[in-house]
Unconditional design. Structure first.
Ligand SMILES: NC(=O)c1ncn([C@@H]2O[C@H](COP(=O)(O)O)[C@@H](O)[C@H]2O)c1NC=O
Length: 511
């Protein structure tokens, strides 16, 4: 009896060469409508699946391979006498190779104008069914869902006329990963059309972006996975133009820098270290903004990650190349800027699409044994109900500084305090276990520049000590959520020192 292979593929790349090789090995090719036409048109002899089943393809292709003569051939154990008897009683012949890839559901739903009908028609039923049958029976059947595996299968067949159990198991495991991911896209798409907010099961799917040299530390193994339908204004969608491979910590820092740069519409530069901003500057030009981000903390920026929100020009590139930076990320680089920065072997230069089409709907973070899911903190200064609570109103300039401080403090690990003027940060106190400690760090860094500057706090002041420390350093305006039982003590202290204080009513913890 001739060995048989079943081919039914939406993505036809590589299928001709694979089929030709199998035919040379005297394998009979069974195939469905479009696949068969492609093979026959290119001179590969095939047998139609409906010839095998004696049943036509119906319902516009919804039923083509869903038939016992196909699935019997895929699921029968070749060394089980009962199975063999039933096969012969029912005229079923074994199928040894299955080569299937699925209707492009993910690509279909990624289209901006997709209709629900279109999405539903692209849910493949017969394909996953064949893949699952063949993968379950991988003791006997070789199943290929990825055209990248055609060659590995052919290599073993050339060598030993059959595939090894190890390869068959690997391919079967890949099939179940693939169908699980395929179903995750479908279930997520349909769930989004319902009012279900927290489904009883959450099936997320990510694709390997790259294996990393190591994790947070060199003794930890690590890899980076990306979400195919997630935000495209993302480090996961960056194009690297120059430099060494990104590391685990680079990816985290670059992500932090991108979240901050998203806050600004005017030319802005953000320098990040250990996922906290060490310098943020805005200006009339990109180069001016970078100068400010650098001056904000010219010590910490060393070895930092810089994100900029305009095309990097030669002038800015020359400034950037004065210091050691791990990464520069921007929407684009002019040719001469790229040449300038490219002189540095180790700097990583990345572009990301700033014109974002998709944003993540949820942020997730793992805890041991679980996953926390929340909406991203998209609440900005413009959304806040700014309320002046002191006798003195902030000046226009102070309001600009408060706006900058509030936009940055949201991205600083709590407890967080930012001291700034209207165009740059002057001091950042991050990740302290008490608020007055964070203020002390920010104020110490700002030093003399704190005179007349503004201060932003990610959460309310539980007592008046932070306002007192701010007043002592010369701070003239404060922005904070408010909401403490002791707000009045902080307001009284601000009034006593002539500080203008505004409440936003919204907190920006970042743990
Ligand atoms: N309905 C079925 O019985 C069925 N059998 C195979 N398919 C899919 O049809 C596609 C190939 O179709 P064609 O050979 O007609 O181009 C493959 O992606 C395959 O997964 C089917 N389609 C959808 O469910």
């Amino acid at each position: 009896m001739k060995r048989r292979a079943l081919m039914s593929v939406s993505d036809k790349s590589g299928i001709l060469e694979f089929a030709r090789e199998l035919v040379k090995m005297d394998v009979e090719i069974l195939s469905t409508g479009g696949t068969r036409k492609h093979l026959e048109d290119n001179g590969v002899p095939t047998t139609a699946v409906d010839e095998v089943t004696g049943f036509p393809e119906i319902l516009g292709g919804r039923v083509k391979t869903l038939h016992p003569l196909i699935h019997g051939g895929l699921l029968a154990k070749h060394d089980d006498s009962e199975h063999q008897q039933q096969m012969s009683d029912n005229g079923i012949a074994p199928i040894e190779f299955v080569c299937v890839n699925l209707y492009p559901f993910r690509e279909t739903i990624a289209k901006p104008d997709v209709t629900v009908d279109d999405a539903i028609e692209n849910i493949d039923i017969g394909g996953p069914t064949m893949l699952r049958s063949a993968a379950k029976n991988h003791a006997y059947v070789t199943v290929i869902v990825d055209s990248g595996d055609y060659e590995a299968v052919l290599a073993e067949l050339r060598e030993q006329q059959t595939t090894s159990p190890e390869l068959r198991r690997k391919l079967a495991a890949k099939v179940f990963r693939h169908t699980a991911a395929y179903d995750a896209y479908i279930s997520n798409y349909l769930t989004e059309l319902t009012d279900e907010q927290y489904p009883e099961q959450l099936t997320l799917t990510y694709e390997l972006s790259q294996a990393l040299r190591y994790g947070e530390n060199p003794h930890q193994k690590a890899a980076f996975y990306k979400s195919a339908l997630g935000s495209d204004f993302s480090i996961a969608h960056a194009t690297q133009l120059h430099g060494k491979e990104l590391s685990y910590n680079n990816i985290q820092d670059a992500n932090a820098a991108l979240q901050i740069i998203k806050e600004f519409t005017m030319p802005a530069s953000v320098a990040v270290k250990h996922m906290n901003p060490c310098g943020v500057g805005i200006g009339a030009t990109l180069s001016e903004s970078f100068k400010k981000a650098y001056e904000a903390d010219s010590t910490s920026i060393f070895g930092g990650i810089v994100a900029l929100n305009r095309e990097v020009d030669l002038e800015t590139a020359q400034q950037l190349s004065q210091i050691f930076l791990e990464i520069v990320i921007a929407p684009s680089f002019t040719e001469d800027a790229l040449a300038e920065l490219g002189k540095k072997k180790n700097i990583r230069l990345l572009t990301v699409p700033f014109e974002t089409k998709r944003r993540d709907k949820w942020n997730t973070v793992t805890v041991e044994g679980g996953l926390l899911v929340q909406e991203p903190d998209t609440f900005g200064y413009g959304d806040a109900d700014i309320r002046v609570v002191t006798e003195r109103q902030p000046t226009e300039q102070e309001l600009e500084a408060l706006k900058l401080g509030w936009s940055v403090v949201k991205h600083v690990k709590s407890n967080a305090i930012v001291v700034c003027d209207e165009s740059m940060t002057l001091g950042v106190g991050a990740g302290q276990m008490n608020r007055v400690g964070a203020a002390a760090i920010a104020l110490e860094q700002a030093a003399d520049k704190a005179q007349g500057a503004a201060m932003a706090s990610d959460a309310f002041f539980p007592m008046a000590d932070t306002v007192e420390a701010a007043a002592k350093a010369g701070i003239k305006a404060i922005i904070q959520p408010g909401g403490s039982k002791k707000d009045q003590e902080s307001i009284d202290a601000a009034n006593a020192h002539g500080i203008a204080m505004v409440f936003t009513g919204v907190r920006h913890f970042k743990h």
